[in-house]
Write a new protein. Structure first.
Ligand SMILES: [Zn+2]
Length: 110
């Protein structure tokens, strides 16, 4: 989980690579997303490090889950509420309903 999302925008994700002390912006199109495997990947914009985030959010459940909801919305062309429901269902299936951290309010996601 070393390359982590810090904030989201219309253009992409601001990320921090803790071990490398790197940070920068990654465009939405440059993020990896595999809905079948329930994972997202973020490549450090500075060095070759890549981190894989499970739908449950790994070491940072809230930000990892937000990342996944954003990717469902953009890659599967869904609304926020649809994306929340899809991501939560995948998370529930993987890790049980106690794992989910996000509320329903879409304004909390950005
Ligand atoms: Zn790096």
């Amino acid at each position: 989980m070393s390359v982590r999302p810090v904030s989201f925008s219309a253009a992409g994700v601001h990320v921090l690579h803790e071990e490398g002390g790197h940070e920068g912006d990654v465009a939405w199109a440059d993020l990896g997303f595999n809905a079948a495997q329930r994972t997202a990947t973020i490549a450090c914009p500075v060095c070759p490090s890549v981190s894989t985030w499970p739908v449950g959010g790994g070491a940072d459940p809230e930000m990892g889950q937000r990342l996944f909801v954003h990717l469902v919305k953009r890659r599967q062309n869904k609304t926020w509420l649809q994306s929340l429901a899809i991501a939560k269902a995948l998370c529930d299936a993987d890790e049980g309903p106690e794992r989910w951290r996000l509320k329903g309010a879409t304004e909390d996601l950005t």
